[in-house]
Design a protein around this ligand. Structure first.
Ligand code: GLA
Length: 406
């Protein structure tokens, strides 16, 4: 595909070629001012879901190497994000140092960049992070500049102990129901502005569990993505509670601004292959950021196939940038659709029940009254032309993911 693009561009004047290249690179060039930060949902890996508070510099390096070795980088997973617990102490000037598990953050960033990857980091607007490490309260500008000097490309900013400041604001202004909310938005804007002022493009990712509808104000603080819920766990129950509850948020997503139903658990061992296919299918229909959260150095072939299914990734990264929504639900059947470029539609036929069952939809319902070509994403197979009712036999907790189009 990439070869083909370059061949086509050979006949295009150079100025236009440079313009096209800038357009392709735009997601990486600008910080979050809505449109330009992430024209498609960011993809990469984050340390938390597998390593949590035990993560080390060596783990991050081996994840970066695995992204290259497995082909995940070339499939689009380019951010390597260190989550909570990298922080050490501040010195007399207030400059934050990493702890003994991360001897040299600049060297780590250089290593990640040398692999053609991007480097993400984590902090909190509070005095302490969720794991009790040093947060950015009162040091926002200093920390943003430190990140820029290391070569950081992505910041996850997690509410955590800032809730204490919010409680204080509510207590101080009992007549103002918005006091806590306004303080929180101001704190997120403060870091957003500080990142912007560094001049280094960094994707700004809000993590405050959906408190006070961040999808409504995230873009105004410079964010390219915002968590919509509390934390995911590696279980079918928790994953589907989150995924199937995203209905209604689709109107707030688009190029440069993404709802984030939390990071992926694929490969962490708590779900069956069908359940992980459901996880990936739901997330790509939701146009979610795809941040793998497993131990990439020991990933099974099956998990690799789920994370690297080219059609699933293409749905997630579709250039229209429209988040999908529920078409209908009946008992254990849940059917979701996502409009795609070139008049196509992704359709997820989910079986939420405990035994195999048939799940159906009518092609007429999604604009193909005269029929359309159907491709099965997980079987990697064109199913030919269909019209009227399409029925998939779906295993328990599984999915049939289709791309339907002219
Ligand atoms: C919160 C976040 C998680 C993770 C942890 C780290 O719970 O929601 O994604 O970053 O903090 O402490």
């Amino acid at each position: 595909m990439r070869m083909l693009t370059f061949r086509l561009l050979e006949n295009v004047p150079k100025a236009l070629r440079i313009g096209a290249a800038l357009l392709v690179a735009a997601p990486c060039l600008a910080r979050a001012d809505g449109l330009s930060a992430a024209l498609t949902p960011p993809m990469g890996w984050n340390s938390w879901n597998h390593f949590a508070g035990r993560v080390t510099d060596a783990d991050i390096r081996s994840a970066a190497e695995a992204l290259v070795r497995t082909g995940m980088r070339d499939a689009g997973y380019v951010y390597v994000n260190v989550d909570d617990t990298w922080q050490g102490k501040r010195d007399a000037q207030g400059v934050l140092h990493s702890n003994e598990r991360f001897p040299d953050m600049k060297a780590l960033a250089d290593f990640i960049h040398s692999k053609g990857l991007k480097f993400g980091i984590y902090s909190s607007p509070g005095a302490k992070t969720c794991a009790g490490y040093e947060g950015s309260l009162g040091h926002e500008t200093q920390d943003a500049q430190l990140y820029a000097s290391w070569g950081v490309d992505f910041l996850k900013y997690d509410l955590c102990s800032f809730r204490k400041e919010m409680q204080k604001a509510s207590a101080a202004h009992p007549g103002d129901p918005d006091a806590a909310k306004n303080l929180m938005i101001a704190a997120y804007k403060k870091m957003g502005d500080a990142l912007q002022a560094t001049g280094r493009p960094m994707i700004y990712s809000l993590c405050q569990y959906g408190v006070d509808e961040p999808w409504k104000w995230g873009p105004s603080v410079g964010a390219a993505m915002w968590r919509t819920t509390g934390d995911i766990h590696d279980s079918y129950g928790r994953m589907t509670d989150i995924g199937f509850s995203q209905e209604g948020l689709e109107k707030f997503a688009g190029p440069g601004q993404w709802n984030d139903p939390d990071m992926l658990e694929i490969g962490n061992g708590g779900m069956s292959a069908d359940e992980y296919r459901t996880h990936m299918s739901l997330w790509v229909i939701l146009a979610a950021p795809l941040l793998a959260g497993n131990d990439l150095s020991r990933m099974s072939d099956g998990d690799q196939h789920i994370l690297m299914n080219v059609d699933a990734i293409a749905i997630d990264q579709d250039s229209l940038g429209r988040q999908g929504s529920r078409l209908h639900q009946s008992g254990d059947q849940d059917v979701w659709t996502r409009p795609l470029s070139r008049g196509r539609v992704a359709v997820g036929l989910f079986n939420r029940g405990g035994s195999p069952r048939e799940v159906s939809f009518d092609l007429g319902e999604i604009g193909f009254a005269k029929g359309a070509a159907v491709r099965d994403v997980w079987k990697q197979k064109d199913l030919g032309s269909h019209s009227g009712v399409f029925t998939g036999t779906v295993p328990k907790h599984g999915v049939t993911l289709l791309i339907v189009g002219p």
